[in-house]
Design a binder for this molecule. Structure first.
Ligand SMILES: NC(=O)c1ccc[n+]([C@@H]2O[C@H](COP(=O)([O-])OP(=O)(O)OC[C@H]3O[C@@H](n4cnc5c(N)ncnc54)[C@H](O)[C@@H]3O)[C@@H](O)[C@H]2O)c1
Length: 280
């Protein structure tokens, strides 16, 4: 995308962490920004703060697990600004049960609620975003870009973070399919997948947003860990440059390269995964 000023960005999971940094960055580039999130208070605070800096933004309470809610988000964005040029399907969660203890949970023992919640937000949320926003962007016949938030966990192999990693592998492959389909159409709308390593955000306290229907008794919400990864603003900078340069894979950390390489080389050589080298 060449022009950002005056154009419209929609960011899900925009009340915190990477999504908030994306909203800040797009607004600083002169874009109108629709911030969407499931948490009302931090969403209101983000909108208020941005408006204090004279940014043109609105906040929409939207749960990306719901196709109707994401449809409504798209309608609200169009009502407010008349067009949508950048969409970041970014909202995501990490079940605390995947973090607790020294060992990751056994797949056959981990409660289904962890799997359902993680996939409903991390995978279905991205799919809903694609289904609601791509048709709008195609109708506009103008430049546009979709950024789906994956993770390095979506590229790596190993035993850890089972549900989270599965959801992120799916997001990477879904985004690849989207990229191919858009290029085959020859339209000026493109796509990227964001695959960060550790970022200093609220993700380790994601349990704050777990709806009761996926109840997981006995798992405490971990306190928000501070300063344990890159600043979110750095990730937003990578994303902005990738949209500008039409770069698909947005890798922001190189620390896990050995794992990804081992995975790919094992697949191509028909070798079993190297278990000793498989951890993050
Ligand atoms: N922090 C990291 O180290 C890291 C690394 C790789 C990828 N990611 C990914 O980055 C994305 C953003 O996470 P973050 O690290 O900024 O965490 P965060 O918890 O700071 O932000 C996530 C936001 O998503 C919102 N959210 C949760 N469920 C939602 C739902 N159903 N509908 C709408 N919004 C919802 C939360 O309220 C929160 O504001 C996620 O997809 C995450 O998996 C994070």
């Amino acid at each position: 995308m060449e022009r950002f000023e005056g154009r419209v960005a929609v960011v899900t999971g925009a009340a915190s962490g990477i999504g908030r940094a994306l909203a800040d960055r797009f607004a600083a580039e002169g874009m109108k920004v629709v911030l969407a999130d499931v948490e009302q208070a931090p969403l209101d605070a983000a909108v208020q703060e941005l408006r204090q800096h004279e940014r043109d933004v609105i906040g929409v309470l939207a749960d990306v697990r719901s196709a109707e809610a994401v449809e409504d988000l798209a309608r609200r964005a169009l009502d407010a600004y008349g067009a949508v040029h950048v969409v970041c399907n970014n909202a995501g969660v990490l079940a605390a049960g995947e973090l607790s203890g020294d060992r990751c949970p056994a797949i056959w023992e981990q409660p289904l609620g962890d799997w359902q919640w993680t996939l409903d937000v991390n995978l279905w949320g991205v799919l809903h975003g694609i289904r609601s926003f791509v048709p709008i962007m195609l109708r506009q016949n103008d430049e546009g870009h979709i950024v789906n938030t994956g993770s390095v966990a979506g590229l790596m192999t190993g035993a850890t973070l089972p549900a989270y990693s599965v959801s992120k592998h799916a997001v990477v492959r879904l985004s690849e399919a989207l990229y191919f389909q858009l290029k085959e159409l020859g339209v000026p709308v493109s796509a990227s997948v964001l695959c960060p390593g550790g970022v200093d955000t609220g993700i380790y306290a994601a349990e704050r947003n777990r709806p009761a229907e996926y109840a997981r008794p006995g798992v405490a919400v971990p306190a928000r860990a501070g300063g344990t990864g890159s600043p979110p603003a750095e990730i937003a900078d990578h994303v902005f440059r990738a949209i500008r340069d039409d770069r698909f894979y947005i890798l922001t950390h190189d620390v896990h390269e050995a794992n990804v390489r081992m995975r790919m080389e094992s697949i191509l050589a028909g070798r079993n995964p190297d278990v000793a080298a498989g951890g993050p």
